[in-house]
Ligand binder design. Structure first.
Ligand SMILES: [Zn+2]
Ligand SMILES: [Zn+2]
Length: 173
């Protein structure tokens, strides 16, 4: 398939996790991946000083100003806490059927590097799944299952269930 999924690191500090993530995206979506780097300073308009968190919807708006050659999807990764109105925190956000998504590793942190890598892949695959039109899935093992806590993240896999895979039809995007 033509085009690329771009991953933008906003001063994302975990290099090995990033490389693991790039391989995972290629494996799961079968689309070539490119890495781009930006600075957290770019996201400062999304920073809420009272909450000491970044507002995810505002980040998605800032991402609208980023375009890259042959870009199919764009996913931002950062290690800062993010939230959405009415939520204490979120792991990530995307518009269903949209082009851009954001994932934070802040609440996924653990000393177990393998576990951390898995968690990051799950949340990125979940948000990318939304951009490819998928909604939340009732299937507990499916990556599109909604996670409220990191425990729930650990319970699901980084893969799409059969039902979601059938809906994905990546060629349509
Ligand atoms: Zn979701
Ligand atoms: Zn599913």
């Amino acid at each position: 398939m033509k085009g690329f999924i771009y991953v933008i690191s906003f001063d994302f500090p975990y290099r090995r996790a990033l490389l693991y993530l790039l391989r995972n995206i290629k494996e799961i979506f079968g689309i070539d991946v490119r890495l781009s780097e930006s600075s957290l300073r770019t996201l400062m308009p999304a920073y809420n000083r009272d909450r000491e968190q970044f507002h995810a919807g505002t980040i998605l708006g800032i991402l609208n100003t980023f375009t890259f050659p042959h870009m199919k999807k764009l996913i931002a990764v950062l290690d800062k806490d993010i939230y959405e109105d009415g939520m204490n925190f979120i792991f990530g956000e995307a518009v269903v059927g949209g082009t851009r998504a954001v994932v934070s590793s802040y609440r996924l942190r653990t000393d177990d590097e393998d576990l951390f890598n898995e968690r990051l892949c799950k949340e990125v695959n979940h948000e990318l799944g939304h951009t490819f039109g998928l909604k939340h899935c009732h299937n507990k093992g499916c990556v599109m299952n909604f996670s409220n806590s990191v425990m729930e993240v650990d319970l699901k896999s980084r893969f799409f269930c059969r039902e979601c895979s059938n809906k994905l039809r990546l060629s349509d995007w």
